[in-house]
Design a protein around this ligand. Structure first.
Ligand SMILES: NC(=O)c1ccc[n+]([C@@H]2O[C@H](COP(=O)([O-])OP(=O)(O)OC[C@H]3O[C@@H](n4cnc5c(N)ncnc54)[C@H](OP(=O)(O)O)[C@@H]3O)[C@@H](O)[C@H]2O)c1
Length: 231
């Protein structure tokens, strides 16, 4: 079974999106209640993340922030391979160097991928698939917020493209190996990060009519508040 978890809570810098990672859950799509107004439960990644032995993990946007922190925390639990993506080669090299000392037995690989470009995602997903025979965890983390109004190279509003559409294509391309991993090893997990800014989403939903424009008139840090809602 492939599990999709929806976390509608603010991500705290000192915590991660792995609050309930690797606890078996049913039903197939588990929607966690909105706990943004409540206190986060105590959670210690050293103790509360179980063994990840043999697991293959993919994290998008692993060169900084939550992605980079998650790589360091997950690597302590001995997965076979962590692949991370991003654009910043220098940051990627620095992280690989750090992990080669901190967790030398964990293979860590960087694959360049501009998640705001369909062509880059196609190339990167081929490179990922060429390196792995299973895929246990995918953390869809790469994202931007409050950038200048623009459209992507494919013509979509840049935040919706970077934070949602790009990941949708990536998962589409990785779905067969996720399904195969779930069948063979009993579980595969996709973790999709979002933001409490979903509350800004327009009441009528995503404005598809203007999705291929910069949407500069929709205002706010996130035009139309739509990508968190979509995620
Ligand atoms: N931190 C928070 O409090 C918070 C709150 C709500 C939601 N979030 C969400 O959580 C995720 C991580 O946030 P963060 O604070 O860790 O962000 P961050 O520190 O700014 O890191 C963002 C990561 O995304 C990657 N990225 C951005 N644009 C990209 C692109 N076009 N192609 C490929 N990679 C790209 C960056 O890699 P490169 O620079 O190498 O491309 C970087 O590794 C985001 O999706 C964000 O929207 C965070």
């Amino acid at each position: 079974m492939i599990q999709v978890k929806v976390y509608r809570q603010q991500i705290q810098p000192t915590s991660t999106a792995f609050q309930n990672n690797h606890q078996p859950t049913t039903p197939e799509i588990a929607v966690r209640p909105d706990t943004s107004a409540t206190k986060m439960p105590a959670w210690n990644p050293d103790k509360d993340i179980p063994s990840l032995a043999s697991n293959v993990i993919l994290i998008t946007g692993g060169t900084a922030g939550l992605g980079s922190g998650s790589i360091s925390e997950l690597a302590k639990h001995a997965p076979a391979h962590i692949i991370f993506t991003g654009r910043n080669q220098q940051s990627a090299d620095a992280l690989i160097k750090k992990q080669s000392t901190a967790t030398p037995n964990v293979k860590v690989t960087f694959i360049r991928c501009d998640i705001s470009s369909f062509a880059s995602i196609a190339t990167a997903s081929d490179e990922i698939l060429a390196q792995i025979s299973r895929l246990d965890i995918v953390m869809l983390n790469a994202g931007v917020m409050a950038v200048d109004a623009a459209v992507s190279v494919d013509g979509y509003e840049i935040q919706m493209m970077t934070n949602h559409l790009g990941h949708a294509l990536l998962i589409r391309r990785l779905l067969p190996i996720l399904q195969q991993t779930a069948t063979t090893h009993g579980d595969a997990r996709v973790i999709n990060l979002t933001s409490v800014a979903y509350t800004q989403a327009p009441k009528l939903g995503i404005d598809f009519a203007t999705l291929k424009t910069p949407q500069e008139n929709q205002g706010g840090l996130i035009p139309g508040g739509k990508y968190p809602k979509a995620n």
